[in-house]
Design a protein around this ligand. Structure first.
Ligand SMILES: NC(=O)c1ccc[n+]([C@@H]2O[C@H](COP(=O)([O-])OP(=O)(O)OC[C@H]3O[C@@H](n4cnc5c(N)ncnc54)[C@H](O)[C@@H]3O)[C@@H](O)[C@H]2O)c1
Length: 251
């Protein structure tokens, strides 16, 4: 089993779902985790449970759509732990809307939270990752590789994460900072539970979002892939777009 002893991992979206499972995965393998989320209450609850189990982490409230907040968070992580080995950009939002109802405000928000945030944190993390030959794992979605109905804003944001990550992987390969992307399909999390098709949705198109394998993925299953990509076992893996979707995009 890969070990993350003496490694420091920065995780966004750590209060819930995939981010929560990812933070727990790294701590269980010896990492110290800088656990961030916009939801202070959810984060405090998660971190106090981890502290009760003796797991080493620091909680930090962060709105990833705010660039100066991202810069401050990165500085605090470095002050606390003195190094950064892995950045996991997991936080995200989703909403199903038909294109005609997608407002300019919703478009800008989903791009800021899901895509610009990844740019901000990678930018502020990169000098520290270069110092230790660390790596980045970004969470996009199958919506970043295929067109999904009622998801124009979300698809645009996740497509941006996929292409941004590949560009960064290429630019930093010779300096040994790896950058990989995970693209989950359906995962049982609060985000997925609140998604409803818009009124008058074409349900035959909507089925494009269903996996062939049931039941849908657990957050832990996604965290395991994130953990592999972040580990030394994946030394030769960079610029990869790892789809985990129960066959959703295979047909
Ligand atoms: N659940 C799925 O089916 C699924 C599928 C594909 C991709 N994803 C992606 O996985 C990631 C995690 O989603 P999840 O399903 O675990 O959802 P979730 O809602 O359980 O967790 C998302 C977390 O992100 C946090 N967050 C939201 N906006 C934020 C902001 N501005 N700043 C900081 N934190 C913020 C939330 O508070 C929450 O704790 C997202 O990027 C999502 O797009 C999820």
């Amino acid at each position: 089993m890969s070990t993350f002893e003496n490694k420091v991992v920065f995780v966004t979206g750590a209060a819930s779902g995939i981010g929560h499972a990812t933070a727990a995965y790294f701590m269980a393998r010896g990492a110290q985790v800088f656990a961030t989320d916009l939801n202070t209450q959810g984060l405090t609850q998660a971190v106090s449970q981890w502290h009760e189990q003796g797991l080493p982490c620091v909680a930090y409230t962060l709105d990833v759509s705010d660039p100066s907040a991202c810069e401050n968070a990165m500085s605090t992580c470095l002050e606390q732990f003195g190094r950064l080995d892995v950045l996991c950009n997991v936080a995200g939002i989703g909403q199903l809307t038909d294109f005609a109802s997608l407002s300019i405000e919703d478009w800008e928000r989903v791009l800021r939270v899901n895509a610009s945030s990844v740019f901000y944190l990678c930018k502020f993390a990169m000098p520290h990752l270069l110092a230790v030959q660390g790596n980045i794992v970004n969470v996009a979605s199958t919506a970043g590789v295929v067109g999904l109905p009622y998801n124009a804003g979300y698809c645009a944001s996740k497509g941006a994460v996929v292409q941004f990550s590949k560009a960064l992987a290429v630019e930093y390969a010779d300096r040994h900072v790896r950058v990989n992307v995970v693209c989950p399909g359906a995962v049982a999390t609060p985000l997925a539970k609140q998604l409803q098709p818009p009124p008058n949705a074409n349900m035959s198109l909507y089925q494009r979002m269903y996996p062939l394998v049931q039941p849908v993925a657990t957050p832990n299953e996604i965290a395991h892939t994130i953990g592999y990509l972040a580990s030394d076992d994946a030394r030769f893996v960079t610029g990869t777009v790892q789809i985990i979707d129960g066959g959703q995009t295979a047909i």
